[in-house]
Design a protein around this ligand. Structure first.
Ligand SMILES: [Zn+2]
Length: 181
């Protein structure tokens, strides 16, 4: 039996844009709405609850935009216990990498990374764990070293000494050099 979500409830009015996205009519209203939805099919369906901004235009009626989709998607990611698209972008930003560079270092597909970040698809648990591990600078350096025939340079301050010793012992191409100012 497909499950049916509980009814949405308007919580309060929010500040928002004055004109409708679709028709340009002024006087747009934005309300924060508690909006339960069913994730999954049949007996596996679970009710997840989000609070999303719902706009109401006097001529188009109520609608939701990308912001609401982001909130729903993040809730599904939290339910599944995987990184959200924003958290994956943060991982790339942490090491200042393009999608192509992250793909080269990790062996993950560049287009997959793009789809995870734009909430087109959700990464599976294996890839999610890999991404989480890469948030650790020592593991990131190891991955970088595996991907590169050249020694990997890192700022000595990045890693505690015991981890440096372990990396040296690992026999991978690895050197620590001061980063040029
Ligand atoms: Zn409108």
């Amino acid at each position: 039996m497909p499950k049916v979500a509980s009814h949405p409830t308007a919580l309060r009015e929010l500040d928002g844009p004055d004109t409708c996205d679709m028709c340009g009519t002024p006087g747009l209203k934005t309300e924060l709405v508690r909006d339960p939805f069913i994730y999954g099919a049949g007996d596996d369906g679970v009710e997840l609850v989000v609070e999303i901004p719902v706009r109401t235009c006097s001529s188009c009626g109520p609608y939701t935009d990308d912001h609401a989709e982001d909130i729903r998607h993040d809730e599904v990611c939290r339910h599944l216990g995987v990184l959200t698209p924003a958290e994956i972008r943060e991982l790339r930003a942490k090491y200042d990498l393009s999608r192509a560079e992250l793909a080269r270092i990790t062996g993950l597909g560049e287009s997959s990374i793009g789809r995870w970040e734009t909430r087109e698809i959700i990464q599976n648990v294996g890839n999610d764990r890999y991404l989480r591990l890469l948030r650790d600078p020592a593991i990131f350096l190891l991955a970088k070293s595996l991907a590169s025939p050249e020694p990997v340079h890192a700022d000595p301050g990045v890693l505690p000494p015991d981890r440096v010793a372990r990396l040296r012992d690992s026999g991978l191409h690895f050197t620590l050099q001061p980063v040029a100012a």
